[in-house]
Design a protein around this ligand. Structure first.
Ligand SMILES: [Ca+2]
Length: 613
């Protein structure tokens, strides 16, 4: 017998090994691809009903998925990413409110275990492609120290789409600037691609070269369509003509071009999964991190209508964002359950067979989402800002309160003029039929049914059921908040504070308890030693792991008080009920009319509970 094998024999053996590996993987946990986009508003995708900016790839995926209609993220970047990665409300970790400056010594505390670390324990290979923004002052804050095998992308908040420079302007007017694009520890001085392309091509390459014997966690966090640096906010690709000539507003048109490019990126990533033959063994999540900044600092001309407010406000426009999840066995639908960004960690761990850690705020929604069940969550702490202005928002059941000082925030409705078309938009359904996403799904035998698509699109379009309108929009004051039934009144236009004072009182009481459990951040402290000019104009960790320059996550309490001073007509004396007491929230799920007698019973129950503490 010839001991030397021909190349054909080797090929057959390799094919057998590959088949055996695939067979092994069929019983293993699925791949997870989590795509997060930056500052994309509710009305910047077309599956929510608008034909203005067509996102056929995102939509095609959404129509095969469970669309999350009552999904809350955080109001801004750093808190959103903290909640996603830890499964906790960011206020527990000093990561709430104003997002991180690159020159700030603050990050997700290193004792916290992050989603990629949990997945790594389950055998996953873990990649982050894109923006980080939860700590970069020390090596121990960086992605590779937190559970990612590999990171290609930005460590800070935003960059120029072509030079990858972040220009940071301090409150005193000082400007710091430097490169913020890395491949693991190596600054990418020679990179020349449009940033959306660079990130997309890296993600596609990771999929292409992935060893299918291991499950893959690919976390893609586009910086688009976030604005670039001041003075260069809108940066569509320079190599192609600007399309969307139906859009009347020039800036909105440029924004549409960026969004269209992000949309194609999503198509390419899912197309790569199909080409690799692993699409049907992959869970895919798509979500924006917060609402669009339609106006103001770092505006990008995105639109959150019909919601009120914008990024970095407690209104629905700041926190309710496009989101959906796909898995091959799921029945496509629009899910009406309440969900928060902190739920992803337990939900994804539950989906892949991992243990759910204790002591987190997120809840495992996997079963509810897959089986169209009720949400496992009855309340959401929507956002907290404890800076120079203190404000917070909280939802229990269908009711939401906004309290504190929102002076200076954008509390109105923005972007109606941006939604104007000067001629008919391109035909939606033909774009949907011919996009890369649709082709990828057809390769695994999944076809769009246009009648289903139309029905899903109608269900994903926000409906304002409550027709009552305040003569003047409610703005919280130091003594009164605003209360809405956001299921019937998603526009937050009919303030119920005076009409449903007891509900307002219950919700405020619960919010006070949560507020009291936060790790206060104190005054902003920026470190001149971080200046990239000290590091050849590259943003670089400037502190060793054992040095804490400003102790940002546990700074002293600020002088200004927060929502503690709200004077309620029915006051629970700021009693703290414990971090995890969701009793009130669990029962305040009042759809339709308010029943005084029921509420009275609830109040007595709650008072009884308080006496236990
Ligand atoms: Ca953002």
């Amino acid at each position: 017998m010839n001991v030397f094998m021909s190349w054909k024999q080797w090929w057959i053996i390799l094919a057998m090994i590959s088949t055996m590996i695939s067979a092994y993987r069929q019983g293993g946990p699925p791949n997870v691809v989590f795509i997060m986009v930056d500052d994309m508003g509710w009305n910047d995708v077309s599956f929510h009903g608008s034909d203005q900016i067509l996102t056929p790839n995102i939509d095609s995926l959404a129509y095969q998925s469970v669309i999350l209609q009552h999904y809350y993220s955080e109001a801004i970047c750093t808190p959103a990413r903290t909640a996603l990665l830890t499964g906790k409300y960011p206020m527990r970790l000093g990561m709430h409110g104003q997002p991180l400056f690159n020159s700030e010594d603050r990050g997700i505390p290193v004792k916290e275990r992050l989603l990629p670390a949990y997945l790594k324990d389950l055998g996953y290979t873990t990649h982050l492609v894109g923006k980080w923004h939860v700590g970069m002052s020390k090596p121990e804050y960086l992605p590779m120290s937190r559970g990612y095998d590999h990171h290609y992308g930005m460590r800070g908040g935003f960059v120029d789409y072509y030079t990858y420079n972040k220009v940071e302007t301090w409150p005193n007017g000082r400007r710091l600037f430097g490169l913020d694009l890395y491949d693991d520890a190596t600054p990418q001085e020679c990179e020349q691609r449009y940033i959306v392309d660079a990130l997309t091509e890296k993600a596609v390459k990771i999929i292409h070269y992935h060893n299918s014997s291991q499950p893959l966690f690919l976390h893609v966090t586009h910086n688009a369509p976030h604005a670039g640096n001041n003075g260069g906010a809108l940066q569509p690709p320079l190599y192609s003509a600007v399309k969307n000539s139906h859009i009347a507003n020039s800036n909105r048109r440029l924004y549409a071009e960026i969004v269209a490019h992000v949309d194609r990126s999503v198509g390419k990533i899912v197309g790569a999964l199909a080409d690799k033959g692993i699409l049907d063994d992959t869970i895919i999540v798509f979500a924006s991190d917060n609402g669009a900044p339609t106006v103001g600092d770092l505006r990008n001309w995105g639109v959150n209508l019909p919601f009120r407010g914008k990024k970095y406000t407690p209104w629905e426009g700041g926190v309710r964002v496009p989101a959906f999840i796909w898995q091959s066995s799921v029945t496509p639908r629009v899910w009406q359950g309440l969900m928060h960004i902190s739920d992803w960690l337990p939900t994804l761990l539950g989906a892949v067979g991992g243990d759910i850690p204790s002591g987190i705020d997120g809840v495992n929604q996997w079963e509810s989402i897959m089986q169209d069940g009720k949400s496992k969550r009855s309340e959401v702490l929507i956002a907290i800002e404890d800076g120079s202005n203190s404000w917070a928002a909280y939802r229990a059941g269908d009711y939401k309160i906004v309290v504190g000082n929102v002076t200076g925030l954008s509390n109105g409705y923005y972007g109606a003029e941006l939604m104007v078309n000067k001629k008919t938009p391109p035909e939606y359904y033909s774009a949907l039929r011919t996009c890369e996403m649709t082709r990828a799904f057809e390769s695994i035998g999944v076809y769009l049914d246009l009648d289903d698509v139309r029905q899903t699109r109608r269900m994903a379009t926000i409906k304002q059921e409550d027709t009552a309108r305040d003569a003047t929009s409610c703005i919280p004051s130091p003594t009164r908040g605003c209360l809405y039934n956001v299921r019937r009144d998603p526009m937050e236009s009919n303030n119920l504070w005076g009409k449903a004072n007891k509900i307002a009182t219950l919700l405020t009481s619960r919010l006070r308890a949560l507020w009291a459990s936060q790790l206060r951040r104190g005054p902003l402290r920026l470190d001149a030693a971080s200046d990239p000019a000290n590091f050849n104009y590259v943003w670089t960790p400037w502190l060793a792991n054992n040095i804490t320059r400003s102790n940002s996550n546990s700074r002293p309490k600020p002088d200004k008080q927060g929502i503690e001073n709200i004077n309620l007509s029915f006051n629970f004396n700021q009693q703290t009920t414990g971090n995890r007491n969701t009793t009130v929230a669990a029962v305040v799920n009042c759809e339709g009319d308010l029943f005084e007698s029921v509420l009275k019973d609830l109040l007595f129950q709650y008072l009884g509970l308080l006496s236990l503490f």
